[in-house]
Design a protein around this ligand. Structure first.
Ligand code: TXA
Ligand code: MG
Length: 324
């Protein structure tokens, strides 16, 4: 489902770093070293580039991704930091900490990377090679771990290639990563900060920096670890009718591929007239939001094939249609 490509093996010198940044700026996929694990990086402001991350990983659902920035100032342009978030950023950035904060008005992280949420996950990694690439790329870079979905996170370029050779444009090889587990994730969304994922910074150190205990969000508990797992985490106000052959009178229409022969309502959008699932994934969250903002009672959605990224698209659409 993704076009096979030649995966370049770049060394972590000046030329390799410049090449990696150039590929990222062109919307390509590059596996990058960070101090935690290798990340599968793409331009976080480019829906299509982000969609190709999910395609390469064969991720079954569009979980929100972490956006990586070269420094605290760049991160603060993307999100709104309350006092605990600022204290954590000052204490642990650059380093293995991710902060989930409300997106700023000027946030350039695309809606697919945010899984349609109003919050954004930000991280300033300490790895010098990651820093150099992020600085040269000059934009937020989305990067989940560079493994195929369901496999363990890679801590060496060889692990990345074992999973993703021929599916990504390059791997930037800086040897084994230091931390080896992913970053700690703390949500600072007003109220007490919550630990969404234990990781590279010990909990006690996080709590010492903010002078209070973190609320622990347990997987499988009432507050899910990852918002991507919530039954209706992106819930449009409109009802959503799936697998619709054509829109009924009064419904908005979200099409895919060839449109039905009946006439379409004024409020209609086609995810990919060419029937390209990567393009459809890139458009999905923004399209749902655009239709929903106009206040229809119901959005009817054309059938989306289940192959490739179609599985993730259908997963997200089912969540959007879930009763609430
Ligand atoms: O160490 C790391 O964090 C690595 C390296 C490459 O930086 N990255 C990584 O990314 O582990 P990923 O995509 O595997 O983890 C993203 C996690 C998911 O559990 C997701 O639910 C959570 O971050 N997340 C992202 N955005 C969120 C948001 N707006 N609200 C809550 N959780 C969010
Ligand atoms: Mg992962």
């Amino acid at each position: 489902m993704i076009a096979p490509r030649q995966t370049q093996h770049l060394s972590a010198d000046e030329a390799g770093i410049a090449a990696a940044a150039e590929l990222l700026r062109a919307g390509k996929l590059v596996a990058l070293p960070t101090e935690t694990v290798y990340g599968l990086a793409a331009d976080a402001s480019d829906d299509r580039a982000v969609a190709s991350i999910y395609a390469a990983k064969e991720r079954p659902s569009f979980n929100p991704l972490i956006s990586h920035l070269p420094d605290v100032d760049a991160a603060r342009r993307q999100g709104l930091f309350d006092a605990p978030a600022l204290a954590l950023a000052k204490a642990f950035w650059p380093g293995p900490l991710t902060l989930v904060v409300p997106a700023s008005d000027g946030c350039t992280v695309c809606s697919l990377a945010r899984a349609g949420l109003d919050s954004v996950a930000l991280r300033v990694p300490s790895h010098p090679v990651a820093h150099a690439v992020l600085h040269a790329a000059g934009r937020p870079i989305a990067a989940p771990s560079a493994n195929r979905s369901g496999r363990v996170s890679p801590t060496q370029a060889e692990h990345v290639l074992a999973d993703l050779d021929g599916r990504i444009d390059a791997v930037l090889d800086a040897g084994p990563t230091a931390v080896g587990v992913e970053s700690s994730i703390v949500a600072c969304l007003g109220g007490a900060p919550r630990l969404l994922r234990p990781g590279g910074v010990p909990r006690a150190a996080l709590e010492a920096a903010i002078g209070q205990a973190l609320v622990i969000v347990e997987e499988g508990g009432s507050a899910p670890l990852a918002p991507g797992l919530l039954a209706s985490h992106y819930a449009p106000r409109a009802a959503v009718r799936l697998d619709a052959e054509r829109p009924l009178p009064g419904e908005a229409w979200l099409g895919f591929g060839r449109e039905p022969n009946s006439s379409l309502p004024a409020l209609a959008f086609n995810l990919s007239p060419a029937g390209d699932l990567t393009e459809a994934a890139a458009n999905l969250f923004a399209a749902l939001r655009r239709l929903d903002d106009r206040g229809p009672k119901t959005i009817a959605v054309a059938p989306i094939p289940m192959q490739g990224l179609g599985e993730a698209i259908n997963d997200r659409l089912r969540r959007a249609a879930a009763p609430r």
